[in-house]
Design a protein around this ligand. Structure first.
Ligand SMILES: [Zn+2]
Length: 252
């Protein structure tokens, strides 16, 4: 095909899709919620299996679910689910600590060496309930020597928008770059020599994804279960195809 011709077709298609906008029905948005939560769980599972680059896709999914700007609304906002509690499982940062503070990660010393792991529900402090805005903008990394502190939002957006999540940017947030390069600021002395504990940005994202999932999933499950069933029976999904069925007895 003539390349000028194909380019003009693409241009026409772009124009026609732009002019036809309509509101997405609520059940379609709820189906999107189901998809995005499934993405989150699948990326978490892949991360935990050792594919730690999956932290980039975790960031993109979190952005779709949570991030509002003046021009675009997050999925959670569109279906009015942002007013619920958001759970912080990490300890709050001390503003007076002289050493770097990174409560989203813990150090594990195992037979395979020493490494950083996401804190998840292993923090010494108990879970805190926050509003979404307080959770999203809470500082979760602080390096007093470099005068840098980062909140959950900055870390998620730096990865999603700049560091290869949905986009690779030639410039990167200075604070996020510090998190990647200096990280926990910990060097372990092992039999093999000095080992820098790195990947703090990855395990931090994994922890944020855990918190988001624990915050959103119960309400989402309730809401999705109350939908009319997609099979068209007229029953609520949770009393129809979403019903947990007893396993059938097996006969030899
Ligand atoms: Zn059904």
């Amino acid at each position: 095909m003539d390349s000028r011709f194909s380019a003009s077709i693409i241009f026409e298609m772009a124009k026609s899709t732009k002019s036809k906008k309509r509101a997405v029905p609520l059940d379609a948005l709820e189906a999107q919620l189901q998809d995005q939560l499934a993405f989150l769980e699948r990326s978490i599972a892949a991360f935990d299996e050792g594919y730690d680059d999956e932290f980039k896709r975790l960031a993109v999914t979190l952005r779709v679910l949570l991030h509002d700007t003046s021009r675009s609304h997050s999925l959670l906002k569109q279906i009015n689910m942002k007013d619920g509690d958001f759970f912080a499982y990490s300890s709050p940062i001390s503003g007076t600590n002289l050493l770097p503070d990174w409560p989203l990660a813990i150090v594990r010393i195992g037979s395979d060496g020493i490494k950083l792991l996401p804190t998840l529900d292993k923090a010494v402090t108990s879970r805190r309930s926050l509003s979404f805005d307080d959770w999203w903008s809470e500082k979760v990394y602080r390096d007093p020597a470099a005068e840098i502190s980062l909140d959950r939002k900055t870390i998620v957006l730096a990865v999603a928008n700049k560091d290869g999540g949905a986009h690779v940017d030639p410039e990167i947030d200075e604070g996020y770059a510090h998190l990647v390069n200096s990280g926990a600021g910990l060097v372990a002395i092992t039999a093999e020599g000095e080992v820098l504990l790195d990947d703090l940005e990855k395990v931090s994202l994994r922890h944020i994804a855990f918190e988001a999932l624990m915050s959103i999933k119960p309400a989402a499950a309730k809401r999705l279960g109350n939908r009319g069933c997609e099979c068209g029976s007229g029953l609520k999904h949770r009393y129809c195809c979403g019903k947990k069925r007893m396993p059938l007895p097996t006969f030899p």
